[in-house]
Design a protein around this ligand. Structure first.
Ligand code: TLP
Length: 350
């Protein structure tokens, strides 16, 4: 491609910084399947501490984190309540059904959020006929909801009601770091309302791979067992854990830069005829905008943008997603706004 590429497809596209690579190269490693990789042990202890939990388990991906947590807390025939726009429904290849044999009962609400009344509606009384309601899932930040941050009061209401109904609670915290950066709350302020919490190091934090699940010792022992069953136990994974530790120490504070860039991008896009977005809805690093009929479909618009060196992803027939991250600075965002404007103008002229 003739232009330098500005890749806004996801915050997963970041490459490790030279300092991160150095930390990886210098990592002291062992065999984590045998339980003696010191850097993995350090990371798990650090995550447990940050989340205010007894233990944590390092896993290769966010998907495995969620799926091992679901498997550890359910039995086949159980039901999990999750928002209809949640990542586990849309992007985890049907694995709750395939790996845990559970059904998902979708909750509804704006921006991927729902409230305690949904639990009263969706929870099933014990019956010989019905699936057993077992687990409630919240995603924070909520990806398809626009990178929305759950208000802590709403989390307290939903998880409080879940506890009253005897349901376990899992937080898909792939981007919990963004939620913390946006609100100033600590990870433990969120985690204390859940039995298990997953988090990712390979998204906004910029590590090449890795996620974790935190919880009490008994549940994390089960998560580790299912990690093994699902094929996710690794050997000298201290190399990856070193990247995660580096990211936790160095890349959390800067997430507010990504949020400011996302807001700037949204404000720029809001000025462009044929595209629509409310910049006030951009709370974290994700920007979702609508493509009007004069421009074509979201997919066509992304193809045109790609030819101009800007990568974004169509997320629905008329909806495009752009995500800000470590590898795009403010200048790149300003350049992206110019290209989006050119692409929109060219589309209208066709
Ligand atoms: N999300 C990816 C894609 O899968 C869509 C992205 O580009 O946003 N929970 C949430 C909320 C996520 O957004 C993701 C990844 C995951 C879990 C899964 O993480 P990975 O990709 O590591 O399995």
């Amino acid at each position: 491609m003739e232009h330098p590429v500005i890749d806004l497809r996801s915050d997963t596209v970041t490459r490790p910084t030279p300092e991160m690579r150095r930390a990886m190269a210098q990592a002291v490693v062992g065999d984590d399947v045998l339980g003696d990789d010191p850097t993995v042990i350090d990371l798990q202890e650090r995550v447990a501490e940050l989340m205010g939990k007894e233990a944590a388990c390092f896993v290769p991906t966010g998907t495995m984190a969620n799926q091992a947590a679901i498997r550890a807390q359910t039995e086949p025939g159980d039901e999990v309540i999750a928002h209809e726009d949640s990542h586990i429904i849309h992007y985890e290849t049907g694995s709750p059904a395939a790996l845990s044999g559970v059904m998902i009962r979708p909750a509804r609400g704006d921006r991927g959020l729902y409230d305690a009344d949904q639990l009263d509606e969706l929870h099933r009384a014990p019956s010989i006929h019905a699936p057993a309601s077992r687990l409630v899932l919240i995603e924070n930040t909520q990806n398809r909801g626009g990178g929305a941050v759950w208000p802590i009061e709403q989390i307290i209401r939903v998880t409080g009601r879940a506890a009253e109904l005897g349901l376990r609670r899992h937080l898909d915290g792939a981007r919990i770091w963004n939620a913390c950066a946006a609100t100033g709350l600590a990870p433990a302020d969120y985690a204390r309302h859940f039995d298990t919490v997953s988090c990712c190091f390979s998204k906004g934090l910029g590590a090449p791979a890795g996620s974790a699940v935190a919880g009490d010792r008994a549940i994390i022992a089960r998560v580790a067992r299912f990690r093994k069953m699902f094929g996710g136990t690794m050997r000298q994974s201290g190399i990856l854990a070193a990247a995660a530790l580096h990211a936790l120490e160095r890349h959390r504070d800067r997430l507010t830069d990504d949020h400011a860039n996302a807001r700037r991008l949204a404000e720029g896009i809001a000025q462009i005829p044929g595209l629509s977005i409310d910049p006030v809805g951009v709370e974290t690093n994700m920007v979702f905008f609508l493509v009007g009929p004069s421009i074509g479909t979201a997919a066509e618009f992304c193809v045109r943008l790609r030819s101009m060196g800007v990568l974004m992803l169509p997320n629905a027939p008329r909806r495009v997603r752009a995500v800000c991250h470590l590898d795009v600075n403010r200048q790149a965002i300003d350049e992206a706004i110019r290209k989006v404007e050119q692409a929109a103008r060219a589309a209208v002229l066709v």
